[in-house]
Design a protein around this ligand. Structure first.
Ligand code: PLP
Length: 394
């Protein structure tokens, strides 16, 4: 008889988003036709930019013609896209070979799949509050998880532990949910820790495009020594509105080895076994993001979300509420006023001003008492939500 992977039974229900849906649904049933201001969503609201749409149309035409048709793509990514990504890194002073860049279908897939590189015995260190996929992927894999709580006292940017118990570490900067971003010394401490203990850092850079402070690192490879201890996982979802289109990339330096094995070569072997590459159409769309026009257009879109962030943080400032994020990240993480719990504050905002956010407790125990606003909503809705928050909380 097939024995199931019993670790699935250890997964906690995704009660966070289910809980939000249930409570908003109940509210709407009691108040039919009432408009809600949804500041909880982690999905973009703007369409793909013209450079991407143009590339998609052109690629469809190519696929329609015998002379330009493409069949299977290389498993690790098309050379044109791997080179575009490497050139993008070069602009930040990070030198990569194109074959250190792997094209993916998005960061979520990679965050779990990449653990194929690590022996089962390795414990995963997860800084909490955290994007739920890290813990869930490790639970499914039957791995031990070391939970490192963070809080207001360290700006939700904890320093590495003294011990070397972790085999690998999930680091997310700019962070979802907290919007906190490691500065160079803070991130260097993690790189030094990993090189000292032999751990590997999985650096989730899904929100790097939101960094505007020139002193903050976009890539872990901007730090000394990172190429011997880190893998960087990136996504075009929030950078260029690819949440439904699906494309990302992962950087594994050729200098990253453990136990005499080369992790870049291992990932080539993994991809050539487990995937047949990402579609030609999407890779052309992705390459368009890195053209001059594409960069201008995606930056303009990010500017819209940044304006949303400004409006929300100005409202919180006016109310004297503590928060992180918003400036270099598309999330604002605030302390619930009056000592309210996360879910209590959720219900308070829903009932009093019809604003929906995300209770921090859903991202780990230490998120209790905190609350996340996303800045991806429609600008008019964000403005109205901010106005209502000010009226309620001032
Ligand atoms: N990493 C973080 C921190 C995220 O917040 C998200 C999506 O919300 C992802 C990864 C997933 O990105 P993708 O859409 O590329 O799967």
């Amino acid at each position: 008889m097939m024995q199931p992977n019993v670790h699935y039974a250890e997964l906690k229900d995704s009660y966070l988003f289910a809980g939000i849906a249930k409570k908003t649904q109940a509210y709407l049933q009691a108040h039919p036709g009432q408009k809600l201001y949804r500041m909880g969503i982690g999905d973009v609201s703007l369409p793909l930019c013209p450079a991407v749409i143009g590339a998609l149309h052109a690629a469809v035409e190519e696929q329609a013609n015998q002379s330009s048709f493409h069949g299977y793509m290389p498993e690790c990514g098309a050379a044109f896209l791997r080179e575009s990504v490497a050139a993008h890194y070069a602009e930040r002073g990070v030198t990569l070979n194109a074959d250190e860049v792997f094209v993916s279908s998005g960061a979520s897939d990679e965050l779990g799949d990449i653990t194929d590189l690590f022996a089962r015995e390795n414990a995963a260190l997860v800084i909490e509050p955290a994007y739920p996929a890290y813990v869930d992927a490790c639970v499914i894999g039957g791995r031990n998880i070391i939970h490192l709580p963070s809080g207001e006292e360290n700006g939700f940017l904890p320093a590495p532990p003294e011990d070397g118990q972790a085999g690998f570490v999930y680091l997310c900067s700019p962070n979802n949910p907290t919007g906190a971003v490691y500065d160079r010394p803070g991130l260097q401490a993690w790189v030094d820790y990993a090189n000292r203990t032999g751990a590997v850092i999985l650096f989730d850079a899904a929100y790097e495009a939101y960094i505007e402070d020139p002193a903050l690192p976009h890539s872990i490879f901007e730090l000394e020594g990172a190429k011997t201890c880190a893998i960087e996982i990136c996504s075009l979802s929030k950078t260029a509105g690819f949440t439904g289109t699906r494309l990302g990339y992962t950087v594994i330096p050729k200098t990253l080895t453990r136990g005499g094995m080369n992790l870049n070569a291992m990932w080539v072997r993994n991809r050539t076994t487990k995937t047949n590459g990402v579609s030609y159409l999407l890779q052309r769309a992705g390459a368009a993001v890195f053209t001059t026009a594409g960069q201008e257009q995606v930056k303009a879109q990010i500017g819209v979300y940044k304006q949303n962030a400004k409006i929300l943080t100005e409202a919180l400032d006016a109310c004297g509420i503590w928060y992180t994020g918003g400036k270099n990240a598309p999330y604002v993480w605030l302390k619930c006023p009056g000592g309210m719990g996360s879910w209590e504050f959720f219900s308070y905002l829903l009932n009093e001003v019809q604003v929906v956010g995300t209770p921090g407790e859903g991202f780990g125990k230490c998120g209790e008492g905190f609350f996340r606003f996303s800045t991806f909503a429609d600008p008019a809705d964000t403005e109205e939500a901010a106005r209502r928050l000010k009226t309620l909380l001032k």
